[in-house]
Design a protein around this ligand. Structure first.
Ligand SMILES: [Zn+2]
Length: 441
């Protein structure tokens, strides 16, 4: 059966036959279905009542039953996890016009806050969630900007969205503020607000200038305060760390040491960490050893970082602006790839499409040859880091949230945009199209 002819049966039970699944997206190995030289397994999947009822080696000889769909070896993936987004600030172009530098990203985003009413945030968040859902994303962690006295409004809108999307997209939120805030009464109140809404405590380390007196010592004090607040409210934490190209503003070791010093027992995520790539090999190695000891989890956001870093008018950037993906993985640390900003002052593009983010991530980091293990970076690895279960890997008993590709292998996935993918939510095809940009006018 050709990909374009697939009709998902309106029946309680049916089968996808001869589905090719990357082994790195399977929750457990399937006996009798060893991976081929590309790391993929040829499988039959039984779907019953919206769940994956059975995963077995493809039965070449069995006669097809009435509701069988023969995929002829085309790829099936679980739907994916985007563990770092900014749904509250996205989809603001063209009302926001920035020049692509970090400085303007911050400035124009701050100015745009004045336009953020409940209705405005709701409309843009919903637009972003629809983009993600239609394209096969089932779990999202978004950061929410700290907006001073209006901080609660963002969380109330987020709570409403989490309810609206329950069952379709599993939503988490991180309260995003610069590190110095948490050493003030306002920061203390913000941590309490985040706890009230079941969120994650978020901190941005890029707040000190190079000429600050002993930036490391100041950061250490802020980190102690931050982890004390997180511990008090029983919150996990998620950092925007080291996004500058200034190697002297390098706080990843301070974060790891603070975790060890305070004995913090929650989950710690470090995002970005781009200036790790500007350290000497020796410093990088020592830092990653410390990160292993502190059990940090990493997320890289390569598309906005390549866009923002080292941007100067009339000058071609000389470095890629991204972190040490290979070295982080080689150290045995979990590393996820995520989408980050979409159509805002920090990043002018993006569509909450994790297949696209995966394709770009593989190319930017040269995570190929072999590429077999990399799909895990947008599925099981982020799911495990943010603690969502039943999403991002293919497992018996899990809800049938699947992406059916026309591509037969990872090379074909990486070579075309896959805009003809079929996405299933609990065994049903998602028929709605991508939202139209006119809806944001
Ligand atoms: Zn971010």
């Amino acid at each position: 059966m050709k990909h374009q002819d697939i009709i998902i049966p309106n029946a309680p039970a049916w089968r996808l036959r001869r589905a090719r699944v990357p082994q790195s997206l399977l929750a457990t190995a399937i006996p009798g279905a060893p991976p081929d030289q590309d790391g993929d397994c040829l499988l039959d999947l039984a779907i019953a009542d919206g769940r994956v009822a059975e995963i077995v080696p493809a039965q070449a000889s069995a006669a097809p039953a009435e509701n069988d769909i023969d995929l002829e070896g085309r790829m099936v993936w679980p739907t994916l996890v985007d563990m770092h987004t900014h749904l509250d600030k996205g989809e603001v172009i063209p009302r926001v016009r920035a020049n692509g530098t970090i400085r303007e990203g911050s400035l124009k985003n701050g100015e745009d806050h004045a336009r953020w009413t409940r209705e405005d945030i709701t409309r843009r968040m919903r637009f972003g969630l629809r983009c993600a859902y239609v394209q096969g994303v089932s779990a999202i962690r978004t950061h929410l900007d700290y907006r001073g006295p209006r901080a609660a409004e963002s969380w109330e809108v987020f709570d409403a969205m989490r309810e609206e999307w329950r069952g379709r997209i599993d939503l988490q939120a991180v309260g995003l503020a610069v590190m110095d805030l948490y050493s003030t009464p306002a920061g203390e109140a913000y941590a309490a607000l985040i706890a009230e809404h079941g969120g994650v405590l978020g901190g941005v380390t890029d707040v000190l200038a190079r000429d600050s007196a002993s930036p490391g010592a100041v950061m250490d004090q802020w980190l102690d305060r931050f982890f004390e607040l997180a511990g008090r409210h029983n919150l996990d934490v998620d950092f925007h760390a080291d996004q500058t190209s200034d190697p002297s503003l390098f706080f990843l070791p301070n974060i790891a040491r603070a975790v060890l010093r305070t004995g913090f027992s929650g989950r710690v995520v470090v995002g970005h960490c781009v200036n790790l790539a500007l350290q000497t090999d020796e410093v990088a190695k020592r830092t990653l050893d410390l990160c292993v000891e502190a059990r940090l989890a990493f997320v890289t956001l390569p598309t906005p970082m390549m866009y923002l870093q080292e941007r100067q008018p009339g000058r071609t950037p000389r470095w890629r602006g991204v972190t040490l993906a290979h070295e982080i993985r080689a150290a045995g640390l979990p590393l996820a790839i995520a989408g980050d900003n979409c159509r805002d002052s920090w990043y002018a593009y993006g569509d909450h499409d994790m297949v696209d983010t995966f394709r770009q991530g593989v190319r930017i980091f040269q995570l190929d040859h072999p590429v077999a293990e990399t799909p895990a970076m947008v599925g099981p690895i982020p799911a495990s880091i943010i603690g969502v279960s039943g999403i991002g890997s293919l497992a018996v008993g899990a809800e049938a949230r699947l992406i059916l590709f026309r591509a037969r292998n990872l090379n074909e996935v990486l070579s075309r945009p896959q805009s003809d993918r079929i996405v299933l939510d609990r065994g049903r095809r998602i028929e709605e199209p991508l939202p139209d940009y006119t809806e944001l006018d």
